[in-house]
Design a protein around this ligand. Structure first.
Ligand SMILES: *[C@@H]1O[C@H](CO)[C@@H](O)[C@H](O)[C@H]1NC(C)=O
Ligand SMILES: *[C@@H]1O[C@H](CO)[C@@H](O)[C@H](O)[C@H]1NC(C)=O
Ligand SMILES: *[C@@H]1O[C@H](CO)[C@@H](O)[C@H](O)[C@H]1NC(C)=O
Length: 344
């Protein structure tokens, strides 16, 4: 009897100790994390431009052809970069599923607000669902941020969508210094991204820049059950070349022009990130620089939601494949810059 009471008290004491340790740890963690963190891209493999160090971009591209589609045209187009002859910092091209009306609305209301230094557009194909096709037209009239190509929006047509994005940038937003390709189920920390581009990189842009989440020696899926199953006829090797996750790709203008040209002259391969940031980038010897910790992992996203922004350090975007409510939650957890911040 006595002994059991005694041990109960010991347990309570033990719990207190643990609680105190946890609190101390959190304070220490908070302290070290809130002292200024400087973002640095590890081993940058690109050149930063300056006022006297520029590159001329040559766009050689047939407007009416998209890879092997001979009668390509934009069914819906928008020209948000018109008037920015001296350039704008960033254009974000978001590959979107026509059905994801809610995702697009969420992006417009959160990280995708069109401000002077940034334009955001959504890339879609044609939907065979008449209701959705009409929704897309209505959205386009209201927000003027839809770019639609005349190909069927389908899984195996993803590469058309990505290359259409490159084509649109090259022809309709050629003065953008940086181009981010992402998806409609991602949160972009847009203020941090602008600061990163203008201060860590260069407000004048860069050359040979392709920063992304890099995959090395990824195995080709051969199993019939996989969503990513690829036959030997489609891709003969057992491993893909180094490539980037398609939801987080940051390009400089010259890289967009070069990849667009290479895509026009290469056979179609449906996995867009493998094709564009892997096969074609390798052909052109464009180095891939990893985002590293600038991409928010799911684990860190949970820390962000549980403990706040100071616990996860700096990040620019991520994680991928999240739901609309989660996008809203993550956005709310990110501290914002004052609205009058000048980036450019
Ligand atoms: C078209 O899309 C709407 C909205 O998602 C859906 O409710 C409807 O069932 C779809 N129609 C067809 C024919 O698939
Ligand atoms: C891709 O788009 C083309 C052009 O619209 C179409 O002919 C083809 O059937 C589409 N592919 C799929 C898998 O739907
Ligand atoms: C996948 O498996 C199913 C059933 O096992 C088979 O009928 C089908 O032909 C297979 N498809 C391919 C592309 O191998």
């Amino acid at each position: 009897m006595l002994e059991s009471q005694h041990s109960e008290r010991m347990d309570l004491l033990g719990l207190h100790k643990v609680a105190i340790l946890v609190v101390c740890f959190l304070f220490a963690y908070d302290y070290f994390n809130t002292t200024t963190v400087v973002v640095r891209v590890k081993e940058p493999r690109f050149t930063l431009l300056g006022p006297y160090n520029t590159v001329d971009i040559v766009v050689k591209d047939e407007y009416d052809r998209l890879i092997d589609l001979e009668d390509f045209h934009f069914k819906i187009n928008t020209l948000p970069c018109k008037g920015y002859d001296n350039g704008l910092l960033l254009v974000i091209i978001v590959a979107s599923n026509p059905y994801n009306v809610e995702n697009r609305m969420t992006i417009r209301n959160t990280w995708g607000q069109n401000i002077d230094a940034t334009k955001v557009i959504f890339l879609v194909g044609e939907s065979d669902n008449a209701t959705i096709a009409q929704t897309i037209r209505t959205e386009s009239e209201m927000f003027k941020d839809i770019v639609q190509g005349n190909f069927i929006d389908a899984y195996r047509n993803m590469t058309y969508k990505h290359v259409m994005g490159l084509k649109w940038v090259a022809h309709h937003c050629p003065t953008a210094r940086y181009i981010l390709k992402t998806d409609d189920d991602v949160v972009v920390n847009s203020d941090a991204l602008r600061m990163f581009l203008a201060e860590e990189l260069s407000p004048w842009g860069a050359k040979d820049l392709l920063i992304c989440e890099v995959f090395f020696k990824a195995e080709v899926h051969r199993k019939n059950s996989s969503k990513w199953m690829v036959t030997k006829e489609e891709y003969s090797g057992n491993y893909y070349p180094t490539y980037c996750a398609g939801w987080a790709v940051l390009y400089s203008r010259d890289v967009v022009a070069r990849l667009l040209k290479a895509a026009a002259n290469s056979p179609y391969f449906w996995i867009d990130d493998v094709h564009i940031t892997g096969i074609l980038a390798e052909q052109l010897r464009i180095p891939r620089t990893p985002f590293g910790s600038l991409v928010l992992s799911s684990h860190r996203a949970n820390l962000l939601l549980a403990f706040g922004a100071s616990y996860v350090g700096e990040f620019l975007l991520g994680p991928p494949d999240i739901t609309v409510p989660k996008m809203n939650q993550i956005w709310k957890a990110i501290p914002t810059q004052p609205p009058d911040t000048k980036y450019f």
